[in-house]
Design a protein around this ligand. Structure first.
Ligand code: GAP
Length: 457
């Protein structure tokens, strides 16, 4: 087995990723012209394309490729009793301390123990308050009245929307245990520590799948889903030595979990959770049965109408956190002097072509002599099948650099020879190699290259 990496070794830093994300229109700070809103980020033209591709890729993997998994899109606003039943009102808390002097707020589990013991602020040395529990759910009011009767929460996980619909789905779609329900959607948490760009934010998106199994088969299914989720990242082309498992110890287990493993990724700031695979036992459905008074038992018609509350195996990945992982994983810097282009370094995002926001950019060598018209015509043809970009401004080397930074895997260049013999050059982002091919073969060649793609670095 290869030795586990102890720390991040690539060229990315969170500063570089944040600045590239802004420069190229992946992610902007929310409400920037007002000084920014912490914990919230806006996804620009390339960011939304990347996010959509990641979520479509997950959706395909979890629904299209599994006959026993169906989709759901539940509302963010749910009956407040849901969150009492789920245990979030009582247990979804972080331990917090405040500095009485500088007013900074810290998660008690994230400051050095000596500061906590001496009750001294790690920033200014001032006195810290006692540790208290702080609930992470955003609370607001629904309707005209603002009192206890109108309290409503923004969901802190998408999972509960699946549990309260599980009977509807069994009935409407004739699902039989074991089966799963997948969902992608927004979740909200009043996080106190929101540094590291989009890693931990107050508004984020989750891609969750809840798999309902017969009690007793839960450990087997738990292991099976661990295997499948690991294989998913392998298929995505993620650097596998940047992934590892981390099992939750007794102190880390969420209130609902019988067993839990995280898939951690080696981000520039170190190993951090990317996705959780949880054995939630029959906790959630039992609680919803108690709190709603509705019978949520499954009736096993193939087995003498046996009744039981299914156990739930959950796979829960952050969509926005996966986007950060994909950016970090793709980020590279490279000296290109020996490649015969500009005598400098380039920054390149080595996205898998199926995830890249722009698949192919079409660039006329010159604007004049009909080259721009021909290039636009080629782009128009290609856009029926691929996401495309057209760029005619600046030196060609500069334009390649811009596309490298956006992670565009293919560039098509139209030059004078193109006009003579209807050929174009196809440039590959990773190797920077170029081949001349007939215009008529372009779409098919790009399709083939996407299928056969192997990352070279
Ligand atoms: N339903 C189970 C659940 O929500 P979790 O471990 O709290 O479990 C699952 O969250 C995933 O959601 C995490 O692995 C992470 O990818 C993402 N996530 C959680 N909190 C987040 C936050 N504040 N900002 C961005 N992503 C977050």
């Amino acid at each position: 087995m290869s030795q586990e990496l102890t720390e991040y070794q690539g060229p990315a830093t969170m500063e570089k990723i944040t600045s590239l994300a802004k420069r190229r229109g992946f992610v902007f700070q929310s409400s920037e012209i007002y000084g920014g809103q912490s914990g919230a980020w806006d996804y620009g033209p390339l960011g939304i394309e990347l996010k959509n591709r990641i979520s479509r890729n997950w959706w395909k993997e979890m629904t299209q490729l599994h006959d026993d998994i169906v989709g759901l899109d539940a509302a963010i606003l749910m009956h407040p009793r849901v969150w009492e039943a789920s245990g979030h009102v009582e247990n979804f808390t972080d331990p917090l301390v405040d500095c009485k002097k500088c007013k900074s707020r810290f998660r008690a589990d994230m400051i050095p123990e000596e500061n906590l013991a001496a009750k001294k602020c790690p920033d200014c040395g001032g006195e810290l308050t006692d540790t208290r529990k702080f609930n992470l759910m955003f609370k607001t009011h629904i309707g005209a009245l603002e009192d206890e009767s109108s309290v409503i929460y923004l969901r802190p996980e998408t999972a509960q929307g699946i549990y309260v619909n599980y009977k509807n789905i069994i009935q409407s779609n004739r699902m039989k245990v074991p089966f799963g329900i997948a969902q992608i959607g927004k979740a909200f948490r009043n996080e106190i520590v929101t540094k590291n760009f989009i890693f931990r934010t107050c508004e984020f998106e989750q891609m969750e799948m809840q798999y309902f199994v017969k009690p007793g088969s839960d450990v087997e299914w738990f292991n099976e889903w661990k295997k499948r989720r690991w294989a998913y990242y392998e298929k995505m082309g993620v650097k596998m030595d940047h992934l590892r498992w981390h099992q939750h110890g007794p102190d880390e287990l969420a209130h609902y979990a019988k067993d839990a493993y995280d898939i951690q990724y080696l981000f520039p700031m170190g190993w951090r959770e990317l996705e959780g695979v949880h054995n939630r036992s029959d906790y959630d459905l039992t609680r919803h049965m108690q709190f709603s008074g509705k019978d949520l038992q499954y009736i096993d018609q193939d087995n003498n109408n046996d009744r039981y509350i299914p156990f739930i195996i959950e796979t829960s990945a952050g969509l926005t956190r996966t986007l950060l992982m994909v950016l970090c994983d793709a980020y590279d810097e490279e000296k290109v002097a020996d490649k015969g282009n500009d005598d400098d370094w380039r920054t390149v995002l080595r996205f898998h072509p199926s995830l890249a926001p722009v698949t192919v950019a079409v660039l006329p060598l010159m604007k004049k002599d009909g080259l721009a018209e021909m290039a636009k015509d080629i782009q128009h043809e290609l856009k029926q099948d691929f996401s495309t970009d057209y760029d005619q401004s600046g030196a060609i080397g500069r334009r390649y650099r811009r596309q490298d930074e956006a992670g565009t895997p293919f560039c098509v260049t139209v030059d004078y020879e193109s006009k003579d013999n209807n050929t174009v050059t196809l440039r590959f982002r990773d190797s920077m190699e170029q081949v001349r091919i007939p215009r008529a073969e372009l779409a098919e060649r790009i399709r083939k290259e996407i299928k056969a793609y192997k990352r070279i670095k």
